[in-house]
Design a protein around this ligand. Sequence first.
Ligand SMILES: NC(=O)c1ccc[n+]([C@@H]2O[C@H](COP(=O)([O-])OP(=O)(O)OC[C@H]3O[C@@H](n4cnc5c(N)ncnc54)[C@H](OP(=O)(O)O)[C@@H]3O)[C@@H](O)[C@H]2O)c1
Length: 290
Amino acid sequence: MFAPMSHQPPHAPTSDPAHASASHADAHHGEPPAAAPARTPTWKRAIVVGASSGIGAALVRELAAAGTDVVAIARRAEQLGELARSCAGARGRVHVLAHDVARFDDAAPAFERALAELGGLDLIVYAAGAMREVGANEFDTAKDLDMLAVNVGGCVAWLNPAANFLRTQRSGTLVGISSIAGERGRKGNPVYGATKAAMNHYLEALRNRLADWNVHVCTIKPGFVETPMLAQARAQGRTIKGAISAEECARSILAAARARKNEVFVPFKWRLVGFVIRNIPSFLFKGMNI
Ligand SMILES: NC(=O)c1ccc[n+]([C@@H]2O[C@H](COP(=O)([O-])OP(=O)(O)OC[C@H]3O[C@@H](n4cnc5c(N)ncnc54)[C@H](OP(=O)(O)O)[C@@H]3O)[C@@H](O)[C@H]2O)c1
C-alpha cells in the first residue's frame, strides 16, 4: 500500500550524467570535453528496501533532507508512516510501501509500483536484513532459512529488476548493505555470515555486469551500528562496544555510493579488521570464539 506523505510537485526528470556529457560533447562539434569531470551521481529518485528502522530509516531521512524523493519499503507500515511523517518538512517526498521481501513473487510488481510512484529511479538501496541469534549448539533450519530469504532471496528478487531497469536507462546506482560478518565463516552464526558472503558475491557480479552500462554497484560492509538489530543481539547476551550511530553509517554509505566506491567498510577501521580476519589460518580460526 502506498501512502504519499507530502504534496509537493514532482521533480523534473533527473539529468543522466552520461547523457549530460553527451549533449555537452555535441555542443562542441562532437568532441568530448578534454578532461571528463568525475561523475557525481544526482539522485532525484530512490528506493530504500528495509527502511522501517535502523540504517535504512536513517538513509531515508538523509536522502529526503537532500531533496531526493524516496519510496521506503518494509513490513511494518506503522514505523514507515512515522518515518514519512518525520520527513514531512524535508525537500524530498517520502512514500511508503508495506511489503515482505520474503514474498519473492511480490518483489517485481512492488518494484514497478515504486517506479511508477517516483516517475523513474536513480538509486536503490537494499538494506533489509535479518540476524537471528543462534546458540552454540543450535542448528535451527527454520531460523537459517528465514535469514537466507530476507538477506539473499529478497536481495536478488529486488535488485534483479532494478539492475535491468537501470541497465536500460544506462545510469543509476545500486547499493547493497552486507556486513563484516561475510568475511569469514564464524562459528557464532554460520548462516548469517553465509548470507552476507553470498550478497558480496552477487553484488560484485552485478557490478561487473553493469559496468559497461554506466550503472554502479556499491557493496557496504558495516561493523557495529546502533540499531534495533544490535539491541536485539545485546538483549540476547552479546557484548558489543564501539558501535557508530545509524545516521553516521547512512552518511558514510551515501558518500561511498556518490564516490562510486566498489566495496566499503563502515567505519573504515573495519577494513583492517576484515583484512586480519581473512588472513587468520584455519587451524587457529577453529579455536576462536568469534
Ligand atoms: N546493526 C549492525 O551492527 C549491522 C552490522 C552489519 C550489517 N548490518 C546490516 O545492515 C542492514 C540493516 O540492519 P539494521 O542494523 O538497520 O537493522 P534493523 O533496524 O533491524 O533493520 C532491518 C530492516 O530490515 C527490514 N526487514 C527485515 N525483514 C524484512 C522482511 N521480511 N521484509 C521487508 N523488510 C524486512 C526491517 O523492516 P520490517 O521489520 O518492518 O520488515 C528493517 O527495516 C541489515 O542487512 C544488517 O544485516 C547491520
